[in-house]
Design a protein around this ligand. Structure first.
Ligand SMILES: [Zn+2]
Ligand SMILES: [Zn+2]
Length: 415
């Protein structure tokens, strides 16, 4: 289909194929390249050695949209406004075979006028007949996709018709599906030879992630992976998982999580050496720091699997060092407990009275109190007095024979 617009961008000719790819020309030598789905164009412009992004929608013949300089994503503030002035039918003519079957003609017509729901129902009602024609199946599958909300069903149908026609024709459509599922590793492969624009878009996801990692923005790496890339780990994209675990490990708050995650990845991909290496390193260092022999042994097992002799030797050394440290720590702990018990005992003893009787009076040698105070703590023993009965003003009273003061001073030091 070809559409011609005029607007603040000049005159533009846009050619859209039946898979939603769009190419455009405007002004003298400016070009557009992108997708045109649901009346919305998304893509790049290039003009006089400059380039950027542009998106616009056509509703009731009115074009309105935004563009920016530079191909990196960002706010698009500049406006495009215009009108649809001419429209021609399909530009890619139906290949040599003339469609004679009225049902097929109907499907083609409905598809051209973007009546996807009707394509789907017409096809479904006549699947035995229409399902034999690969071109019609092609329209049907794209209708399902453009109609929206039928992603899983579309994918199942693609698989089924791929087998039937032994074709790879719907690889790009599968790319849309992978993209929708956030399986960007698969999407990247699917778009590699089918759509430069989509390929670049998906690749950007991986590239931005790489940049965050290289700039050592580890918290952002973690966030980005968990929200965007966690479903995209496979043989060709193992590095994204490695970056993720490394980023977790760099932050001491999440180093345990790093270890758990790398164990998970290893379980899924047991032969990937970089995962084993990371597993070994994380377990070894965390174990050494926390004096956790089990973790250090886990590290050792990884190094053994890698036949990494240098690290095996180093780890064995650390294991015996750690055993000693654990023993020392236990001994120190015991010592501390003993000391504490002794000091508690001493403290308790300081609170005990020692009563003695003399000349019919009973009093504590340390605080001079009488028996009535037996149930209270002795406040004098710690102060070092030694009370004895002495005659003062004609009667016997407990006086400290060291400092000469009476019981009033029991709570003060004897010195
Ligand atoms: Zn006492
Ligand atoms: Zn005294």
């Amino acid at each position: 289909m070809k559409q011609i617009f005029t607007g603040n961008f000049g005159t533009m000719e846009l050619i859209i194929d039946d898979e939603g790819n769009a190419m455009g020309k405007y002004q003298k030598a400016a070009t557009l390249e992108g997708t045109y789905i649901y009346n919305t164009f998304n893509g790049k412009w290039a003009n006089k050695g400059m380039s950027g992004l542009v998106t616009f929608t056509v509703i009731d013949g009115k074009l309105s949209g935004n563009w920016k300089k530079g191909e990196e994503p960002g706010p698009m503030k500049s406006k495009w406004k215009g009108d649809l002035v001419a429209q021609e039918g399909e530009t890619t003519p139906v290949e040599n075979t003339t469609v004679e079957n009225p049902l097929k003609t109907k499907v083609m017509e409905l598809y051209e006028s973007e009546k996807y729901a009707e394509v789907i129902s017409l096809f479904s009602e006549n699947e035995t007949e229409l399902g034999e024609d690969e071109d019609i199946v092609h329209k049907f599958l794209f209708s399902m996709w453009f109609y929206g909300g039928l992603e899983e069903e579309t994918y199942a149908k693609i698989r089924c018709f791929e087998d039937k026609f032994q074709t790879n024709r719907w690889l790009k459509l599968k790319g849309y599906y992978y993209d929708y599922k956030q399986w960007y590793d698969l999407a990247l492969n699917a778009f590699k030879d089918t759509s430069e624009v989509f390929y670049e878009n998906v690749k950007k996801k991986f590239d931005s992630y790489d940049v965050l990692y290289k700039e050592e923005k580890y918290k952002e790496v973690v966030k980005y992976f968990e929200s965007e890339l966690r479903l995209s780990v496979s043989l060709e994209t193992f590095n994204i998982a490695e970056y993720y675990c490394e980023a977790l490990y760099m932050d001491s708050d999440t180093e345990r999580k790093a270890l758990e995650k790398i164990r998970d990845f290893r379980e899924s991909y047991p032969d990937h050496e970089a995962f084993i290496k990371q597993n070994g390193r994380f377990a070894f260092y965390i174990g050494r720091e926390k004096l956790d022999l089990e973790l250090i042994e886990e590290g050792l097992a990884c190094f053994k699997k890698l036949k990494d002799e240098r690290n095996i030797a180093k780890t064995k050394e650390v294991i015996s060092e750690t055993k000693n440290k654990i023993k020392e720590k236990a001994n120190a702990e015991k010592r501390k407990q003993r000391e504490q018990a002794a000091s508690e005992k001493k403290e308790a003893k300081l609170k005990q009275h020692r009563f003695k009787s003399s000349k019919g009076k009973t009093f504590c040698q340390f605080c001079a109190r009488d028996n009535d105070f037996a149930s209270y703590d002795c406040e004098g023993r710690r102060h070092g007095h030694n009370f004895v009965l002495m005659k003062e003003d004609g009667s016997f009273k407990p006086i400290c024979n060291k400092c000469g003061y009476g019981y009033n001073f029991a709570e003060y030091s004897c010195n």
